[in-house]
Design a protein around this ligand. Structure first.
Ligand code: SF4
Length: 310
């Protein structure tokens, strides 16, 4: 297969045809920077915090946004959250530290144990003893989101950059349609948050239009040290179930994922108009933005009998 632009040997096959290394890297970088510009994900004045799991997507975005920040002399920090999945997260965070040291990017790592007193596995044991019906990913996700916002605020960030790619977004959209509710889809898009709130740092997704296939290829071609493995708990999650079926559809009907995101983008203005509910109040326990009197993270910690970080 030859590159559709220059005829050299292609390293990847995309919907538009094969691309050689040079043309793929150029196409990929342009797509990411265009998303940042077109959707005004951040400005030169923002203090950037890159949420970094240490996996391929977060290191890809750290690479691209890091280059941009260096050019603009803009402050940037990588933030890793270690929930304590043994044999997995510590290896990924090693890759993050290696990348940051090599590229002279400041980083911080916070752990569930330091912030909540327990790792995710210990929290699950407490939940099981208390007979709480909660999946590990639901508990982990809610606490990670809370820590991310709190820690980014501590670091003085004005934008949180996450490495969610097109595949992640398609899965989230389908999960919302099947289970969560269409109103949750109104919070989607390259920049999240329907309503502004001083306590909520906007989260932006420069990889919104990039597939997992593309980010994997980018890390390989750029020689970014990364482990291509998922958290061992992912396979039992609803997200993994949805991902498997969407991948099967994509295999038979090439372009389905891109089409879903294209249609979501067309619907988003209407969804935001319909479900925007004005000012978000604060959780009365932690002060974080919450639509309920007590936010989900505090309600969950309360059920577990644990005090969260201040
Ligand atoms: Fe946490 Fe589940 Fe993600 Fe693992 S797969 S890091 S347990 S949310």
């Amino acid at each position: 297969m030859g590159c559709v632009r220059c005829g050299k040997e292609a390293v990847i096959e995309l919907q538009q045809g094969g691309l050689c290394e040079e043309h793929f890297v150029r196409y990929f970088q342009r797509k990411v920077y265009r998303t940042i510009r077109k959707h005004k994900l951040f400005s030169k004045q923002d203090r950037l915090c890159v949420a970094c799991s240490g996996g391929k997507d977060s290191l890809t975005i750290l690479d691209l946004v890091g280059k941009l920040a260096r050019k603009r002399r803009q402050p940037i920090v990588a933030l890793g959250i270690d929930e304590g999945v043994p044999g997995y997260r510590e290896k990924q965070l090693e890759d993050m530290k290696y990348f940051c040291d090599k590229n002279d990017i400041e980083y911080r790592i916070v752990t569930f144990r330091e912030e909540f007193g327990y790792t995710i596995e210990e929290l699950m044991k407490i939940a099981s003893k208390k007979k709480l019906q909660i999946s590990q990913c639901a508990l982990c996700g809610v606490l990670r989101r809370r820590l991310l916002n709190q820690c980014a605020k501590r670091l003085g960030a004005t934008r949180i950059i996450v490495g969610h790619n097109l595949d992640d977004e398609v899965q989230t959209f389908m999960m919302n349609l099947f289970k969560g509710g269409i109103e949750l889809a109104a919070r989607m898009g390259p920049a999240t948050g329907m309503v502004k709130h001083d306590g909520f740092i906007p989260r932006v997704k420069p990889l919104y239009f990039c597939t997992e296939h593309e980010t994997t290829a980018y890390t390989k071609l750029k020689g970014i040290r990364v482990i291509y493995a998922s958290c061992p708990y992912r396979k039992d999650s609803y997200r993994a179930f949805i991902a498997k079926h969407i991948d099967e559809i994509e295999k038979d009907y090439n372009g389905t994922k891109t089409s879903i995101i294209g249609n979501l983008m067309k619907m988003l203005p209407l969804l935001k108009k319909q479900y925007s509910s004005g000012k978000i109040p604060e959780c009365r326990l932690c002060g974080e933005p919450s639509r309920n009197d007590i936010c989900t993270a505090c309600a969950t910690l309360k059920k577990l009998g644990i005090k969260g970080p201040d």
